[in-house]
Design a protein around this ligand. Structure first.
Ligand SMILES: *Cc1c(COP(=O)(O)O)cnc(C)c1O
Length: 362
């Protein structure tokens, strides 16, 4: 870590690779001889068109996105997608959802405005400590799509495999695990991710949509901005896109390509998470929150025996300048978000502090 930078365990907006931040700084006053910052550039200019085209091409290469999928860079966060998806794609008015936490509960609420919702499975009764078993799940044959949230940022759970939905499109919120591991896009009808967790700055949501979904008749009359087809027809340029955020995401895609792509990244992420979980599993003081088979590699949730001790742990973390280790306000406890840009040394340093804390509380 350079200069005065610290280990920031925030769930999002989160750390970005130092190399990317340095490039952004170097190009701040003059991007590629244009004499201006990307922030000041017309989105209709040649220089900017090249930035967004390169970002899309690099993302396609990084993931291996098939040609029959469109890639969009939109605004409104993941939260706008919660309602945009049923508005656009719940043609029959039937949506099947697996409930795995706060984000899918919000989706259920918004989807109910437009469609009949069938909760196919849920781990709510057990405090969302796991991803429900996928064996024997029954989807309605006439469901418009099946909806899941891959990585549950708040509880710290993650799908290890995806439900087999046959011909029914699978729609997936990948906000907090997007680009943390390889993605088999053809398993999905739609994938989306708010950038600010694992990819880039807040302000852009990346959407990958199969073309046959785009061809569906929307459920309700749509204002232009809420119509995915209009964004697809206009190459994410129907209106002013989040230009700077897309530019930074593009630099992150290049960084991922240069450092070995998503398979190499997944290995590093597994190694990082293992350091933390191995420690948690043998600790007498700290307890991991999520069941072993469902653990997230990105958001590691845990707690001490009491809320008071959690608070003491957070207070003590200040001397090492670790930030944002507090669990989400809806769950309490502790959470370390260790996205792509968190160096392995950050995880090791955190575990060293946890050991020290445990030793002091024997
Ligand atoms: C953060 C998050 C959201 C909400 O994202 P916004 O960009 O704030 O709307 C939705 N889903 C998941 C999985 C998230 O982690």
């Amino acid at each position: 870590m350079k200069g005065n930078r610290i280990y920031n365990f925030s769930a999002g907006p989160a750390m970005l690779p130092e190399e990317v931040l340095e490039q952004v700084a170097a190009e701040m006053l003059d991007k590629d001889g244009s004499g201006m910052s990307v922030m000041e550039m017309s989105h209709r200019s040649k220089v900017y068109q090249n930035i967004i085209d390169t970002a899309e091409a690099d993302l396609r290469k990084l993931i291996g996105i098939p040609d029959n999928y469109k890639v969009l860079f939109l605004q409104g966060g993941a939260t706008l997608a919660f309602s945009m998806i049923p508005m656009n794609f719940a043609t029959n008015g039937k949506v099947d959802i697996i409930n795995t936490g706060v984000w899918t509960k919000k989706v259920i609420k918004d989807t109910k405005l437009y469609a009949d919702v069938n909760i196919v499975a849920s781990s709510e009764e057990d405090g969302f400590r796991y991803i429900p078993s996928l064996k024997g799940l029954k989807f309605r044959p006439d469901a418009d799509y099946v909806y899941i949230c891959d990585n549950n940022t708040i509880y710290g759970s993650k799908y290890k495999e995806y439900p087999d939905t046959g011909d029914i499109p699978l729609v997936c919120d990948m906000s907090s695990c997007f680009l943390s591991e390889p993605i088999d896009v053809k398993k999905f009808g739609l994938i989306y991710a708010g950038a600010q967790k694992n990819v880039g700055p807040a302000g852009v949501t990346i959407v990958i949509i199969r073309e046959d979904l785009l061809a569906r008749a929307p459920r309700v009359p749509l204002p232009a901005y809420l119509d995915y087809r209009i964004h697809a027809e206009n190459g994410s340029m129907y209106n002013t896109p989040p230009t700077f955020a897309i530019y930074v995401c593009g630099l992150v895609f290049k960084w991922l390509l240069k450092t070995g792509g998503l398979e190499a990244r997944a290995k590093i992420n597994e190694e990082k998470a293992k350091i933390l979980y191995d420690y948690l599993d043998q600790s007498k003081l700290f307890k991991p929150y999520v069941d072993k088979g469902s653990r997230s590699l990105m958001n590691v949730t845990f707690r001490t025996p009491t809320d008071e001790m959690d608070a003491e742990f957070l207070e003590g973390a200040k001397k090492y300048r670790f930030t944002n280790l507090k669990g989400h306000r809806s769950t309490g406890g502790l959470r370390a978000s260790i996205y792509n840009a968190m160096p392995i040394d950050g995880v090791k340093a955190l575990v060293a502090y946890m050991k020290e804390f445990e030793e002091a509380h024997k």
